[in-house]
Ligand binder design. Sequence first.
Ligand SMILES: [Zn+2]
Length: 450
Amino acid sequence: MRLLPLFLLALAARAEFLAGAAKAVITPDLKTYGPVYMAGFDHGRAATAVHDDLWARCVAMKAGARPTVICEVDLIGLFYDDTQRVRAEIRKKHANADVVVASTHVHEGPDTMGQWGANRLTPGINDAYMAFLTGRIAEAGVAALDALRPAHATLAAVAPPELDDFIADDRPPIRHDAGLVVLALSDAAGKPIATVVNWANHPETLGSRNTELTSDYPHYLRTRLEARVGGVGVLWNGAVGGMQSPLGAKVKDPASGAEAKDRTFRKAEIIGQRVADLAAEALASAKPSPVDSLVFRETVVRIPMTNPGFQMAAKAGLFKGRKLPNDDGTTNTPVGLVRIAGGGQALVDIALIPGEMYPELSLGGVERYSGADYPDAPIEPAIKTLETAKFRMLIGLANDEIGYIIPKAEWDEKPPFLNNSPRRHYGEVNSVGPDAAPRIAEAFQRLVKP
Ligand SMILES: [Zn+2]
């Protein structure tokens, strides 16, 4: 009877799946922390009011020895230094927790990276707010871990062409990572714990002249998810680089039949609600999948920081001690993977990418253009083609924000410009350097191997 003991052993190796979620408001009080400089676009944009709250929304999961908690925050980005502070805080209570802190990249929240203060040389980072923020994110992370309970996971994916209409892209190749991957977590009785949507678009619908703090389209997306599906509504933003934006996208208002005005809360509402509705509809026909394993992997890569603007910003103290380069001019940044599996099959792979990845590096489709600075650079393997699970996710700005992650073969600072363009394309000015993409892809390739 050799089969029986082996069968029992296999059973013993399967862990119970647990999930929990929590959310905390991280909106800066304008009196306590004012002036609050808003991040994204140009510097010197002081907030005048709060339209809707900014959040830290944390989802904890466990199937095995160590729990993982993923906190998505309504911020332009957080550096690895701040992620490490949150991790240390959470580990005071949950010593073996793996912690992910990712930003939605909202352009209508406070400056947490230093580049958008009163003027070009004054950091917009408020130390007192950063301390409050770290504490709040950690509290939400701990609350999600405290709430871990037996759970079911239901996954769905949908990619109707209408999602592309919410994204304007002004740099070739025109490529969007516009499909939705949805993860619904419910307890043993079927009560919703959290509903997570992984999508990719810049939360900057309100544009550069808005001075009311808002989480932008994610506000409407999450509110609708909570109303239709339940649990804590969450957006994990994805490959938003090069340049995925609602600004300039032609979006029809279903109420009037006319095109929604750019830079309005109404436009953000239409986008957020429609994405949530599509996610809810996709979930309606999906069934829970068995989960018995969850693995978290992370590696820290060193990327040459060749961007003179970033070097100057670091020297001028704009980052307030964050992102200090190594002696060889490289910056440390983490690349990670969460793999959820059941019955020996990978169910969902979640890539943790520390910046704004160009969609062609997520899905594939890097192009070679005349005028590129590195015409012979090898083409990086695309993250979602390296993933092997049935459902493939990518969280951008995960644990760090190093700016745009551009295919090396598409890197273009020197004339002639890509495809004989009369002007330089936007992107490189907000990227660490041309080696970010190859180093991150190479690191992820190693992580994703079984
Ligand atoms: Zn951006």
